[in-house]
Ligand binder design. Structure first.
Ligand SMILES: Cc1cc2nc3c(=O)[nH]c(=O)nc-3n(C[C@H](O)[C@H](O)[C@H](O)COP(=O)(O)OP(=O)(O)OC[C@H]3O[C@@H](n4cnc5c(N)ncnc54)[C@H](O)[C@@H]3O)c2cc1C
Length: 379
């Protein structure tokens, strides 16, 4: 494994950073205040290959490798976790579709997603079952050549803005985790009702929804992968998703560090810049060190995704997600502290980053679940 980024990847970083600084940062505070999903920006980002960049060129993607894909997410989150994060999350489900969906489904939906015409949603979590995926209660029953899905999904990213969703449901309820199946459904079918959740702590421009599935009908060809194999498909899908969260966390932490440096080199107390105080200098040094360690782990996990060694990729992805998200929460907290009282109000983006970073410890498996995944491999 190389320990420096190739010029191609540096060029990708520069391009996303430029887009982030010119197109995302200037509107971020307003979109957060209005809880506005950046639908129009999705197409602009897609034109530059920043939406679902890992999808092969045949479906309109850029065919980026996992490290380059992580860099795109990192830079979108560095620009702003709400607006940039919406762009990064537009692909949440394309991994499963590409790996397990048949050619017809891929051809029908992936070009629309990579063109930024619609994001995709993935419904796993439910009101009563989050960490315990196998406990889900949503049911799918066969009726002729269709499946009828009934249940409720909770916290679903892109739930009200996506034209298409992957929904996980129990097809053999008596069999626990060996009885779950993935289905692809357009969201305009009868019985699909999504309601936006508007009282989130952060990432407020991102769309998060509660979804009621009232006997929606899905043709049998829309099973993604195999009937009753959905849990195992999900476990595979979690490794790249967790690398992505590690990249998100690294991006927002980097943004917070830069804000802290800017503020510390401007603000004066006791007739000197606060950057002159050792207490502040050490905070900056610790933040930067944590971010660099998290970034290295994220890229290492990304490179493991290509190795074909699923166990190693799963472990490193869990470690990267755990470490980078905990670091992001610590770093944004310390960066806010560097701002003093000014960090406690929305005049500076650090107030937003502090709230936004918190989600990275929760979704795609909480920190506690990542520790379980890591320990299960070691013990
Ligand atoms: C903004 C946002 C976006 C999201 N997007 C999506 C999405 O697109 N699709 C989707 O399906 N889900 C999504 N989620 C849901 C997310 O993945 C879950 O919230 C998460 O997995 C935790 O589940 P839970 O909220 O039910 O918490 P619970 O599972 O009830 O956990 C509560 C607490 O108990 C701990 N805990 C639970 N089990 C264990 C255990 N075995 N060992 C140790 N500790 C344990 C947890 O770590 C946590 O601290 C999103 C959530 C949010 C907030």
């Amino acid at each position: 494994m190389s320990f420096h980024l190739e010029p191609e990847r540096e060029a990708i970083r520069d391009a996303v950073r430029e887009f982030g600084e010119n197109e995302i940062r200037p509107i971020a505070a307003e979109y957060e205040a209005e809880q506005r999903y950046p639908a129009e920006l999705l197409a602009d980002a897609a034109a530059l290959d920043f939406v679902a960049p890992h999808v092969p060129e045949a479906y309109g993607g850029a065919g980026m490798d996992p490290i380059s894909t992580a860099i795109v997410t990192e830079e979108l989150w560095r620009a702003d976790p709400g607006v940039g994060g919406s762009i990064a999350a537009a692909d949440f489900g394309t991994g499963m579709l590409l790996e397990y969906g048949d050619e017809r489904l891929c051809e029908e939906w992936l070009p629309e997603i990579t063109a930024g015409e619609t994001p995709i949603a993935t419904g796993i979590s439910e009101p009563a079952h989050g960490s315990n995926v196998a406990g889900m209660e949503t049911r799918a029953e066969k009726d002729g050549d269709e499946w009828v899905i009934d249940g409720q999904k909770m916290w679903i990213t892109n739930g009200t803005v996506a034209d298409v969703a992957i929904v996980m449901a129990k097809t053999s309820p008596e069999r626990g985790h060996t009885g779950i199946t993935a289905f692809l459904t357009p969201t305009d079918v009868d019985g699909y009702e999504a309601t936006r959740i508007t009282n989130k702590l952060g990432i407020k421009a991102q769309d998060t929804a509660e979804i009621v599935l009232d006997d929606i009908r899905v043709p049998e060809e829309n099973v993604v992968g195999e009937v009753d194999r959905g849990f195992y498909q999900l476990m595979e899908f979690f490794a790249p998703a967790r690398v992505d969260v590690a990249a998100q966390a690294t991006g927002v932490a980097q943004a917070a560090l830069e804000e802290a440096i800017d503020y510390a080199t401007e603000r004066e107390q006791f007739d000197r810049k606060i950057a002159a105080f050792q207490a502040i200098r050490h905070k900056i040094a610790e933040m930067a060190t944590g971010i660099e360690a998290g970034r290295s782990l994220a890229y290492r996990a990304a490179s493991a995704l290509e190795s074909g060694d699923d166990a190693t990729a799963t472990r490193l992805a869990a470690m990267a997600k755990l470490f980078a998200s905990e670091t992001a929460v610590d770093v944004t907290d310390e960066a806010l502290q560097v701002h003093g009282g000014a960090g406690y109000v929305s005049d500076h983006p650090i107030e937003r980053f502090y709230r936004d970073a918190r989600i990275t410890k929760i979704y795609d498996g909480t920190s506690e679940i990542q520790k379980n995944v890591i320990a299960d491999q070691l013990l």
